[in-house]
Design a protein around this ligand. Structure first.
Ligand code: IVH
Length: 686
């Protein structure tokens, strides 16, 4: 074998093993950085020697580009669904049906019912060849490129596997990944997903597999199908799947009576709140394959399995009142105050009503009795009104028209559901919210000032603008007092700032002057400018002065900066009070320019030239952009005569190519880019 091929095979094996350790066993044995280096080495070698690239290479996990439409695929074995039960009675009826049809003893296997999207994976000779969605059960979508990006799904199997088989399971998103995804989307102004299942299903059907690769999807595989499999029952199948490298259900409990099944259900109905992902019930399966075959299927469901769906606990309680809360951005959120009632182990007193549309949809009236549920969501919600208990003369809940905090007329932007208080600079919760945002960890990280202390400074009129933090004096702070009421014991105590507290506050204010520009920009609290956007703006414009002078067009040229963000930046710098705040912060000595050491720019290869990145690369496109920015390039989204280079991956749009050629702008391949950087590095070293 060619030594290069040997090297590639070795790298693939190593990477596969690390992937398995990390994503299946949850036990990494290498740092993320070292792992990335291995992967990068593989990608580069495969690029240089494409003849050695194979479909099962872990390099495929970074995404295979953008598809126009998925091909359809007819399932060899139809993808059936499961019959549902909701009560003990229905469950016992299932058991009776089974025992009527079978004479010998039955063993059941209980598993969690993962709340995700069903997937069918086809393996041939130990290599994943297809990943298909359920579709209508007969024909599904071929989403192989997307499935390959899911790290816990093996591209190549381990051990002694059958040559041909299919395996089915669920694609899920953990609560942690779901929160990361929604936070990011909120920052970028995209609509957030309602729950992890929607997010997983939306992600799996994305046409851009590079984006899928970033979503952090996970999997559980629970059903093995094929001819002449070396296994005779379900729990052995799960064991085998595990040995071959799949991530299988965490709980597979064998029991022999329906009472034990019910005990399993009751246990997980409570315990599920501690799981790091959503389940919506329990699945009960007959263990023996011979018995499964004897029981057979109906047109829709197997007779040998059933699901038990958990009920979201729902209670009826009177609505006491509705509060309207003003957030940092001025958004008004209606919150229902309820007569306290226990649900799933906690006492619920309040439930969010989200926005005006929800009040309208519920047709909520004063004094209504409402049904409250605490389902998968953390915050309880009102799901319905009990109309029979409504007082006929009660009035409909009206959304307020003026801000309850500052009495300003509220506004609603066309096409948005959110209602805002526009008095950004004078509305107390908005001011306090801005102060709290400013001191937060990801912003200026003024860790000696928690929310409580900011409240004290605000109510003592020591801070109003974020710039006021930098004028604080020792004498103003020492001995400052506040009465705190402990809600539970209803006792009051006085806290006062002692010398140590004051010293800590002043020193963390001083230290914050070293916080890099991108975080200062985030800390300013410009609407729609989240952490990621702030970083992009800082990298593109380098200083607050350049950013403040940027035109709408220049702003929208920055990757991921849409019209909404651009307009918000312009609006921010159009307000005299904001300009004054920035000026005061500048005078105080905060960082308002990118420093080289913050960016890791030692080599200013591209000298702030505009670079357009287009097409599909061997690594996520964002990594290419980051690399360019790291070497001093400015990423822009469209080609103009001032563009320095176009970096083109595969499938660059023909229009872009034409435009670049007509303007005489050099087009670099991914490889050219790497070589250019390597050359410059070597030049500098010499
Ligand atoms: S077994 C013949 N096991 O729930 C179908 N399904 O509502 C065999 N699901 O279609 C399915 N967790 O998408 C099985 N541990 C589990 C499951 C599970 C979630 C899903 C699956 C199924 C749906 C039925």
């Amino acid at each position: 074998m060619d030594p290069i091929q040997v090297k590639i095979e070795e790298l693939k094996e190593k990477i596969n093993q690390h992937n398995y350790n990390y994503y299946v066993l949850d036990n990494p044995t290498i740092s993320d950085y070292d792992f990335d280096q291995l992967l990068l080495e593989l990608i580069r070698l495969e690029e240089q020697y494409p003849e050695y690239q194979t479909a099962d290479s872990p390099s495929q996990r970074v995404g295979g580009g953008v598809t126009q439409q998925f091909e359809t695929w007819t399932h060899q074995y139809p993808m059936l669904s499961l019959g549902n039960t909701y009560s003990k009675e229905e469950l016992y009826e299932f058991d009776q049906r089974i025992h009527k049809l079978l004479t010998e003893p039955v063993e059941y296997v209980c598993e969690l019912k993962y709340d995700g999207v069903a997937i069918n994976l086809i393996y041939k000779n130990g290599v994943l060849v297809k990943g298909v969605t359920r579709g209508d059960g007969v024909v599904g979508d071929d989403v192989t490129v997307n499935v390959k990006t899911i790290r816990s799904i093996p591209l190549k199997l381990r051990g002694d596997y059958p040559q041909d088989f299919e395996v089915r399971g669920e694609i899920i998103l953990t609560h942690k990944q779901f929160a990361i995804l929604n936070d990011e989307r909120e920052e970028l102004g995209y609509p957030t997903f309602a729950n992890p299942r929607n997010a997983a299903s939306g992600s799996l059907k994305l046409l851009d597999s590079n984006e899928v690769a970033r979503r952090g999807l996970d999997s559980r595989l629970y059903l093995l199908l094929g001819e002449q499999l070396p296994i005779i029952n379900h729990d052995d199948a799960i064991q085998k799947l595990k040995e071959w490298g799949f991530k299988t259900p965490e709980v597979v409990e064998k029991v022999s009576t329906i009472d034990e099944v019910f005990a399993f259900i009751q246990y997980w109905d409570k315990e599920r709140e501690h799981l790091p992902f959503d389940i919506d019930g329990v699945v009960i399966k007959v263990n023996s394959f011979a018995q499964q075959t004897a029981l057979g299927t109906t047109s829709k469901f197997p007779r040998w399995a059933i699901s038990y769906k958990f009920k979201a606990e729902r209670v009826l309680t009177p609505l006491l009142s509705v509060d309207f809360q003003i957030g940092r951005t001025g958004a008004v959120t209606p919150v229902a105050n309820l007569a306290p009632v226990p649900i799933s182990g906690t006492i619920v007193k309040r439930a969010t009503l989200h926005n005006a549309d929800m009040i309208e949809a519920l047709d909520l009236h004063d004094g209504d009795y409402v049904y409250v549920e605490k389902g998968g969501e953390i915050i309880p919600k009102i799901v319905a009104v009990e109309l029979e208990k409504r007082n006929p003369s009660s009035k409909k809940i009206q959304f307020i028209t003026r801000c309850p905090e500052c009495n300003t007329l509220l506004v609603q932007n066309p096409g948005e559901t959110q209602i805002y208080c526009p008095n950004e600079l004078g509305c107390p919760p908005q001011i306090k919210g801005r102060l709290e945002h400013f001191i937060s960890k990801k912003a200026m990280n003024l860790d000696s000032l928690g929310e409580g202390k900011v409240e004290m400074l605000f109510s003592n009129q020591l801070v109003h603008s974020i710039a006021d933090f930098y004028d604080l004096q020792y004498d103003q702070l020492i001995g400052l007092e506040k009465v705190i009421t402990d809600e539970e014991s209803q006792t009051e105590r006085v806290i006062s700032f002692q010398d140590k507290t004051v010293q800590n506050i002043l020193s963390s204010v001083e230290q914050s002057k070293q916080v890099p520009f991108e975080r200062v920009l985030f800390a300013l609290g410009i609407r729609f400018v989240g952490e990621v956007t702030a970083r992009k703006l800082a990298t593109a414009f380098r200083s607050i002065d350049q950013l403040a002078n940027a035109t709408f067009e220049e702003l929208t040229q920055v990757s991921d900066v849409g019209e909404k963000v651009a307009q918000s930046v312009i609006d921010y710098f159009n307000q005299a009070q904001n300009l004054e705040t920035v000026l005061r912060l500048q005078k105080a000595g905060l960082q308002f320019e990118v420093r080289d050491e913050d960016q890791g720019v030692q080599i200013d290869l591209f000298q702030q030239g505009s670079i357009v990145v287009s097409g599909v690369f061997s690594v996520p496109r964002d990594d290419i952009k980051k690399l360019i920015e790291q070497y001093g390039g400015k990423i822009v989204s469209s080609i103009s005569k001032s563009t320095l280079y176009v970096v083109a991956g595969e499938k660059m749009g023909p229009e872009k190519e034409k435009k670049a050629n007509s303007l005489g702008i050099p087009i670099l391949s991914e490889q050219d880019l790497y070589e250019m950087i390597d050359k410059e590095k070597k030049n500098i070293e010499n």
